[in-house]
Write a new protein. Structure first.
Length: 133
C-alpha cells in the first residue's frame, strides 16, 4: 500500500474512546441494537477504538482501505506484515472488499469480527500479535 493511495483515501474518523462519541446517542442500548445501521456504526467503532489503542501500545500502524466500492474496515501493519480486519455487526456476508484486498496485498491474515466470524468478545480478549504469525 503506497503512501499516495493512503493520502488519496477519504478519511475514516475514529475516536480513541467510543464513550466520547456515544454520549450523544439519544437512545437506550436496546433501541440502538434494534437500529441495525446505528448498531453497525457503534459496533465497528468499538472494535476500531480497541484496535487504535492496541496499535498505539505496540507501535503498529492502523489504516483502512477503500478502492471504489471495495473496502476493508481496518488494516494493521507491523513491520512488513499486514492483517486485514472486516467488522460485521450482523449476519451480513458481503466480504468482497476483503477478498479484493487479499488478492492485491496478500496479508498474513484476514479476519472477520462479528457474528459471521470471530465473536467480538473473543476478538477483544485476543493477543493481536498472534495475528501476525
Amino acid at each position: 500500500m503506497d503512501k499516495a493511495r493512503k493520502r488519496a483515501s477519504i478519511p475514516k474518523y475514529q475516536v480513541y474512546n467510543n464513550a466520547l462519541k456515544d454520549i450523544y446517542v439519544d437512545k437506550s442500548f436496546q433501541d440502538v441494537q434494534m437500529d441495525r445501521k446505528l448498531w453497525g456504526r457503534i459496533f465497528e467503532s468499538s472494535i476500531g477504538c480497541w484496535l487504535m489503542n492496541e496499535a498505539f501500545r505496540h507501535r503498529w500502524s492502523l489504516y483502512y482501505w477503500r478502492e471504489g466500492a471495495d473496502k476493508v474496515d481496518f488494516v494493521l501493519r507491523r513491520l512488513d506484515k499486514t492483517v486485514a480486519i472486516e467488522v460485521k455487526s450482523n449476519n451480513e456476508s458481503d466480504t468482497r472488499g476483503l477478498h479484493v484486498f487479499q488478492e492485491k496485498f496478500h496479508p498474513v491474515q484476514s479476519v472477520i469480527v462479528g457474528q459471521s466470524g470471530i465473536p467480538a468478545e473473543i476478538f477483544l480478549s485476543m493477543d493481536l500479535q498472534e495475528l501476525f504469525t
